[in-house]
Ligand binder design. Structure first.
Ligand code: GRF
Length: 210
């Protein structure tokens, strides 16, 4: 495999998508190429980031597909039609069924804004994660990249980075620090690690088959 083909699933502002785009441009992400961005929200600013970077971007809503099954069928078609190798959930807030995650076993990764197993699972996303961390009074939090399976935030951990909680932090201030110091660092790094394994693995296969 020359470069692994990446699809990024988004729902909102797309700052993690932007980190991936910037990493590909700088060469930090060199074993993978972002080929497709899919948002489940028509108005996601992430779609504008993709367009500005010249990346094909689709808005696919559950409603327009007649429900969850049709939504996942459409996602699968768009992903498979482009020969995508790695799916990256970057601020993607839609539930995916076990059928979908098992169909793409070990080919979907997600960025979660805490050090899993803390503050994760059903209902923990976006600001609620940081509210819970401040409520608990932890002195260290951070972000985690993990494989996606049928359990929310339950797949194997790939990479983590710790971030200090400071006196006077609000959920918004803490969220920003975790994004800047952890999410935007480990998501591109984890993507490069996995794409290199996929590309390297592919080459190894062709080597063996000679
Ligand atoms: C971030 O808090 C991220 O950790 C979570 O979704 C939020 C928005 O991410 N996964 P983005 O700016 O849309 O990438």
């Amino acid at each position: 495999m020359a470069k692994a083909k990446i699809a990024v699933l988004v729902s909102g502002g797309g700052t993690n998508l932007q980190a991936l785009i910037d990493a590909e441009k700088s060469g930090a992400l060199k074993s993978g190429s972002i080929r497709l961005v899919i948002s489940n929200k028509k108005d996601a600013f992430a779609l504008e980031r993709a367009a500005k970077a010249g990346i094909e971007a689709l808005a696919i809503t559950r409603k327009s597909c007649g429900g969850q099954e049709g939504f996942e069928k459409r996602l699968t078609e768009e992903i498979e039609n482009r020969g995508i190798d790695l799916i990256i959930m970057a601020g993607f807030l839609s539930i995916l069924s076990e059928d979908f995650t098992s169909h793409f076993d070990h080919r979907i990764i997600n960025i979660h804004p805490s050090l899993i197993p803390s503050f994760c699972g059903k209902g923990f996303y976006g600001l609620t994660v940081h509210e819970a961390a401040l409520e608990k009074g932890v002195k260290v939090t951070g972000a985690t990249v993990h494989y996606v399976n049928e359990i929310p935030d339950g797949g194997e951990i790939i990479m983590q980075k710790a971030v200090e909680v400071k006196d006077g932090d609000t959920p918004e201030i803490l969220q920003r620090r975790v994004m800047e110091e952890a999410e935007w660092v480990i998501l591109p790094a984890a993507a490069e690690k996995i794409c290199a394994e996929m590309a390297g693995g592919g080459n190894a296969e062709t080597e063996r088959s000679k």
